[in-house]
Design a protein around this ligand. Structure first.
Ligand code: ZN
Ligand code: ZN
Length: 366
């Protein structure tokens, strides 16, 4: 079938919306989804810029929502007409999936970044007869239609305004890093490094957890202001030379938790320095493959600090996304305040607004 899709040609280049071919002969576990909307996440830009290995030119996008139009063979839990949020893919069959940690799925890397279909065969996307990279997170949802899989969708009530619930990656990851991994309580103090889509969602989750102090560390002033509106009790310019000292002063000795949401290896050291004894740093933001971070080892040993890597907010999406939707509907998790909608055709404006820091999370409405 012919679809419209945004093609990323090369690092830094604008995307071009074109008619491309999608091989819609569905295979086992595949679904054809009409995309209603897709948010833009930092990872899309890292892929576009070749900081994550992925075949370009390609169709990106991995925070899609839409309506299931057809299902392939052996799809047991999704039906034609279902409204779905697309999220991280997994195979549903490996030890980690069966053990309740689908975010660590043995096939996860290939299904997210391999550029191939669920069965491992070449991309279903073609332009002028030549294969295009696709299937990012088994979506590539900067497009009017995608081939998704049974194990990357969460079915939601059909009455929901779907284009609002583009929560399958950044929002889930930031909220999950707080609610599933760090699990702070009303007595906790937490510093969140980076107040983009992931960090802002983490701040909302920290507020929902009742945290006593929530410190947003962020270079853009407008994002610091929004962080304060969302529930941060303090904000710090991440370019200050004494970020760790400021956090220790605010918290009276150090924060219980720090969450590194910015994809920047330089935030790990101040995050560790900001912790109280026994504190934990969660590392969410991935600056790309091959990038090391450094910190002074003796500073974590003497006072028992922990570094915890977090993928996808350690979420079981089919349990966690309905919880976030419910919290949103009760007014406890107003993540819609960080979204801004754009027409699909305006994808390059949306990307440049995000890169300039004037918009936290753009949403393309197809
Ligand atoms: Zn698995
Ligand atoms: Zn993402």
């Amino acid at each position: 079938m012919r679809i419209r899709a945004a093609v990323a040609e090369s690092p830094g280049a604008p995307m071009t919306i074109e008619d491309v071919e999608l091989d819609d002969q569905l295979r086992d576990k595949e679904l054809l989804v009409r995309v209603v909307a897709c948010a833009i996440c930092k990872a899309d830009l890292l892929v576009r810029d070749k900081r994550v290995p992925f075949p370009l030119p390609a169709v990106l996008g991995h925070e899609g929502v839409g309506v299931v139009e057809r299902v392939g063979a052996n799809v047991d839990t999704v039906n034609v007409g279902d409204h779905v949020i697309m999220t991280f893919p997994n195979d549903g069959t490996c030890g980690h999936c069966l053990g309740g940690q689908p975010r660590w799925c043995d096939a996860g890397e290939r299904l997210m970044w391999g550029g191939t279909r669920f069965d491992g065969s070449e991309s279903a996307l073609k332009r002028n007869g030549k294969a295009l990279g696709g299937h990012m997170f088994q979506q590539s949802a900067f497009a009017t239609h995608v081939i998704a899989i049974e194990h990357n969708v969460v079915v939601v009530a059909s009455g929901l305004p779907l284009e609002q619930y583009v929560i399958g990656c950044g929002v889930m990851t930031g909220a999950g890093g707080v609610l599933n991994t760090l699990k702070p309580n009303a007595d906790s103090t937490i510093a969140v490094f980076g107040a983009g889509g992931v960090g802002a969602s983490a701040i909302l989750a920290a507020k929902m957890s009742g945290c006593r102090q929530i410190i947003a560390v962020e270079p853009y002033e407008n994002r610091r202001d929004i962080a304060l509106e969302l529930g941060a009790t303090h904000s710090i310019d991440s370019r200050d030379h004494d970020v760790a000292e400021q956090i220790r002063r605010i918290t009276g000795g150090g924060a219980d938790f720090a969450l590194c949401c910015a994809p920047d290896e330089k935030v790990l050291s101040p995050a560790l320095g900001a912790l109280a004894a026994g504190g934990t740093v969660g590392v969410i933001g991935d600056p790309g493959v091959g990038i090391d971070a450094s910190f002074e080892i003796s500073t974590i040993i003497g006072v028992g600090k922990t570094i915890h890597g977090i993928n996808g907010g350690e979420s079981v999406a089919r349990n966690f996304l309905p919880r976030l939707i419910d919290a949103h509907q009760r007014g406890l998790f107003p993540f819609d305040r960080i979204l801004k909608q754009y027409a699909f055709d305006d994808i390059n404006t949306a990307i440049s607004d995000m890169e300039a820091g004037t918009v936290i999370k753009p949403v393309l409405v197809m």
